[in-house]
Design a protein around this ligand. Structure first.
Ligand code: AMP
Length: 215
């Protein structure tokens, strides 16, 4: 099967894509991972992508589409794949449809992991770290015994710039799934929403149910 997973940063999309790909021996294709690897390797593609990624902006379609199409045309994608982070806009979705169509294939189902934005903000801004010993806390899932103070060494905890509410809000804004992309998949009758405000296992179970229901 050929799947797309949609969901904002912080919805657990990458984790779920991994779980599904492992379970069915599908290829997990994360365009974010591919771009980060290209940046680290210093390739031409990485150089073209870096400044956009640093700003939390989307990398131009002409860079990303070619990279993605080349990847899913390789033999190890034949049996099935889960796309994680692609498509991000309508132009990418149309290019993907066309590339698959040329091979007599099509996307089977688009799973959208939905978490309300207030909840995402809480998840993504909850991380605090100790500048002295490096211990990491989360105000929801791993709070320190005394608010703002490291359990291990008593140092005042700090928040990384990336995790501050203003930065996170701006990132969520830039990375929100566009309405016309959702409408595109809804029109194709492929879009299935899954509640992302549940334990990881329960989200996986719902995704599996949605996959089963689409066969
Ligand atoms: P991610 O790991 O999916 O959050 O992606 C990290 C960054 O890579 C994003 O903030 C974008 O700059 C870039 N990126 C990943 N996938 C795409 C895509 N499909 N289109 C454009 N930019 C992308």
């Amino acid at each position: 099967m050929y799947l797309i997973l949609l969901g904002s940063p912080g919805t657990g999309k990458g984790t779920q894509a991994n779980i599904l790909a492992d379970r069915f021996s599908w290829l997990h294709v994360s365009t974010g991972d591919m771009l980060r690897e290209a940046v680290t390797a210093g390739t031409e593609l990485g150089k073209a992508a870096k400044s956009y990624m640093d700003q939390g902006a989307l990398v131009p379609d002409n860079v990303v589409i070619g990279m993605l199409v080349e990847r899913i045309n390789r033999p190890d994608a034949e049996a099935g794949f889960v796309l994680d982070g692609f498509p991000r806009n309508l132009a990418q979705a149309i290019a993907l449809d066309e590339a698959l169509r040329q091979q007599g294939k099509s996307i089977d189902v688009v799973l959208n992991i939905v978490v309300p934005e207030e909840d995402l903000l809480k998840r993504l801004t909850g991380r605090w770290l100790c500048p002295n010993c490096g211990e990491i806390y989360h105000s929801q899932s791993r709070p320190p015994k005394q608010a703002g103070v490291c359990d291990k060494c008593g140092t005042q905890l700090i928040q990384r710039d990336d995790d501050k509410p203003e930065t996170v809000k701006a990132r969520l804004e830039k990375q929100r799934t566009p309405d016309n992309l959702l409408a595109h998949f809804r029109d194709q009758k492929k879009l299935k929403d899954v509640d992302g405000q549940q334990a990881v296992d329960k989200v996986t179970a719902d995704l599996l149910g949605a996959i089963e229901g689409s066969k």
